[in-house]
Design a protein. Structure first.
Length: 392
């Protein structure tokens, strides 16, 4: 049987067995609608509130501030659209960055068509926003700052506490897309002055199709979905009870074992980076060298097309990506890599490998072994690589 190595944990993670076991009864035994008044429905309602408590505890929030969504993109849409339309009389200016997930960028583009003004902050070579530029971008019309906690492609962690302080001082709402950070970084929304935070269960070994938006009490925000009275009249629709139960268990497990989890991932990450640089030339590590997600590695291999690299890795049973899972089907270079200053020809040769709980040193070594072979084979067909060797 061909070896299979999964190193695309930023795209999604497998559901842990403990999470699945917690979910199963809510498909076939405890299947009541939480809005029903009889005991079967009440079982579902109690389960939802239990998970809400677990999620709130993980981020230092009150359970009344946690609202379930269908995932991270919905949470992002809700945060931006909900605040924008609810606070339109106060101002029409939003600040974000050029390297946000498309759940943010496309929502901002939509809001621009509705008459809102959006400032897209530049980032440095590591993908970090400039706090001085942020301060200079604030106007009397600014109602919202939305900066992701950690980048999904290059792993760079933003100065969230400083951004939160700036927003609080100016009386501006601060939202962070923490989809990649939850389950990997200790987060306290009060300490960091975060007003809204997006998360998605399938990034930390929970099920797909369930996420949450933290909304600080007092934030003026419109509902995204009208209909029934679910989620305290803010997000209509019958709740995904098994998903919510799974999300609660997954976040509980993530923060019970956070230090051990991160220690393992950092060790594997550094092993992977070291071995690649020792064995392959003309390679670049994208993102901050140390201030990055524990399991994130993003390389650019010069003189190679990323698509060919991915397909070759797949033939060897290795799953990686060229960036965000939401855009991996396109041949356009990553907007994140372009934003950190890489030219198109280098950005096209990107490879993101993201490690998880189930990866091992043996798998890292196997991936490096195959990378050495594949890169050499692909470069053998590149006249640009031959010229670079001659000029060296």
């Amino acid at each position: 049987m061909k070896k299979f190595v999964y190193m695309d944990n930023s795209a999604t993670t497998p559901v842990k067995r403990e999470v699945l076991n917690e979910m199963l009864p809510y498909f076939t035994e405890k299947y009541g609608n939480p809005s029903s008044i009889y005991s079967l429905g009440n079982q579902s309602k109690v389960a939802i509130e239990s998970s809400r408590e677990k999620i709130a505890k993980a981020i230092g929030a009150n359970s009344k501030e946690v609202f379930f969504t269908a995932g991270g993109s919905e949470a992002d849409n809700w945060a931006l659209k909900g605040v924008a339309f609810a606070n339109r009389k106060k101002g029409n200016h939003i600040i974000t960055s050029k390297i946000e997930h498309h759940g943010i960028l496309h929502t901002c583009q939509y809001l621009e068509k509705q008459g809102f003004k959006v400032t897209y902050l530049d980032v440095d070579e590591y993908g970090t926003v400039d706090l001085d530029e942020l301060k200079k971008s604030i106007t009397d019309e600014t109602i919202l700052i939305s900066i992701m906690f950690a980048n999904n492609e290059i792993g760079t962690i933003q100065p969230i506490k400083e951004i939160g302080n700036i927003a609080k001082e100016k009386g501006i709402y601060f939202h962070t897309d923490a989809v990649q950070a939850i389950g990997h970084i200790k987060i306290d929304v009060n300490e960091l002055n975060i007003d809204m935070l997006s998360m998605s269960a399938h990034k930390f070994y929970g099920p797909k199709g369930i996420g949450a938006l933290y909304i600080r009490q007092g934030v003026k925000i419109d509902p995204l979905i009208a209909g029934g009275g679910q989620e305290r009249n803010r997000r209509a629709g019958t709740e995904n009870v098994p998903g919510i139960v799974g999300m609660g268990k997954a976040i509980e497990l993530a923060y019970e074992n956070l230090d051990a989890h991160n220690s393992k991932l950092i060790s594997l990450r550094e092993r992977l980076i070291k071995k690649v640089f020792e064995n392959i030339d003309y390679v670049r590590l994208n993102g901050h060298p140390t201030n990055r997600l524990p399991g994130n590695v993003n390389f650019c291999f010069k003189f190679i097309e990323g698509e060919s690299l991915l397909l070759s890795l797949d033939m060897e049973g290795i799953a990686g990506s060229s960036g965000s899972a939401c855009t991996s089907g396109t041949l356009d270079p990553s907007h994140v890599l372009l934003a950190i200053g890489l030219p198109h020809e280098i950005a096209h040769g990107s490879l993101r490998l993201t490690l998880g709980d189930f990866n091992s040193e043996e798998e890292v070594d196997y991936v490096v072994e195959k990378l050495i072979e594949i890169v050499a084979r692909l470069r053998a067909m590149s006249p640009l690589y031959d010229k670079a060797k001659e000029d060296k």
